[in-house]
Design a protein around this ligand. Structure first.
Ligand code: NAP
Ligand code: GLV
Length: 315
């Protein structure tokens, strides 16, 4: 008798997205049965789940899961779910085409602010030929919080443009070509040399709310915040107060405590806030499919898959 195919469920918060990923994953995993999860679905006996920000119900009703694969880099949307058991391994995407996009986003933001490209666009409307003074990179030291798959690539890319770059991580990072700081003990020194603060930390119990009044006050004056990690890292009232006091010159924000950002949020209309809708780096489908299908096939062969999230640190 033919053996039943191993089952994989796909779950996202949006039914149409779940259906779309089910089709993509079924085509990439023809020897498996890939099922689109829906609310109220009983146990499907799935061995693997492929998810993005799934409802808690997914894990509550699928007790046989041997592993969960995240359709993104950040796993905060999974690790917070009470029904995810401590012994279910969670795998995340590593880079998957996102590091290059992050580097582009950060270089674009720094260049736009430091070179005054917005000013030139305004002057163009008046046909005004009016050069600004030359920019010295030394006046724009960049500090990257988080030197993981994304942060370390951004750090190298920005350093290659000639900016002074340093990074801050949880553990000592001797593998980097930039100046590095680590742990709570070195945070202050890292902030004191930083004018452009780029956040690429994972959202965990340790990092939630880390970008607050006390942290911003330790940056160089007229600092710029580029938050491309998670909204939960930021205390919004403190960022707005620092923009109003001038301690923050500008904030470039891609991620928010509430997404979509509510229409009446003061960020939308603040003249020194630049907003993008959580697109700093978008999951590239082909690379996500390749990493996840390879991971599932490795586990099926009893081997280890890359991208395992450490349960003690949550990233
Ligand atoms: P990663 O490879 O896991 O790297 C995380 C980095 O943060 C590591 O360097 C780690 O230090 C450091 N870190 C963690 N906790 C820390 C703490 N308490 N103090 C100091 N440093 C700490 O993560 P990644 O793949 O680069 O992704 C980073 C984040 O980007 C994701 O979690 C996600 O939230 C966000 N993201 C956003 C978008 C977007 O479009 N906006 C897209 C993709 C990802 P160690 O090196 O010592 O471990
Ligand atoms: C996107 O935000 C991701 O974590 O991949």
């Amino acid at each position: 008798m033919k053996e039943a195919a191993v089952k994989v469920i796909v779950a996202t918060p949006v039914a149409a997205e779940t259906e779309r990923w089910q089709g993509i994953m079924q085509a990439a995993l023809p020897e498996f049965e890939v099922i689109a999860w829906r609310p109220g679905m009983p146990d499907t006996q799935a061995r693997y789940a492929i998810v993005w920000s799934p409802p808690d119900e997914v894990f509550r009703n699928q007790p046989g899961l041997r592993a969960v694969f995240n359709l993104g880099a950040g796993v905060d949307g999974i690790m917070k779910l009470p029904s995810l058991t401590a012994d279910t391994p969670v795998y995340r995407l590593q880079d998957a085409g996102m590091a290059g996009q992050m580097a582009e986003y950060v270089i674009h933001s720094i260049a736009e602010l430091s070179r005054g490209f917005e000013i030139y666009r305004r002057r163009q409307k008046e046909a005004a030929w009016s050069p600004l003074p030359a920019v010295r990179h030394a006046e724009w030291p960049v500090g990257i919080m988080g030197l993981g798959k994304l942060g370390s690539h951004v750090a190298q890319s920005v350093a290659a443009m000639g900016y002074p770059v340093a990074g801050w991580a949880r553990s000592p990072r001797e593998d980097q070509s930039i100046e590095t700081f680590h742990g709570d003990g070195q945070l202050e020194a890292f902030l004191a040399r930083t004018r452009v603060l780029v956040n690429l930390l994972p959202l965990t119990a340790e990092t939630a709310g880390i970008i607050n009044a006390a942290l911003i006050a330790k940056l160089k004056p007229h600092a710029v915040l580029i938050n491309i990690a998670r909204g939960g890292h930021v205390v919004d009232a403190d960022v707005l107060a620092a923009l109003d006091s001038g301690q923050l010159q500008s904030a470039v924000l891609d991620v928010f405590n509430d997404e979509p950002l509510p229409q009446d949020h003061p960020y939308w209309r603040h003249p020194r806030v630049r907003i993008t809708p959580h697109v700093a780096a978008v999951t590239l489908e082909d690379q996500a499919v390749q990493q996840i299908t390879e991971g599932i096939r490795l586990l099926e062969r009893g081997q280890q898959a890359p991208g395992l999230v450490a349960r003690d640190t949550g990233y």
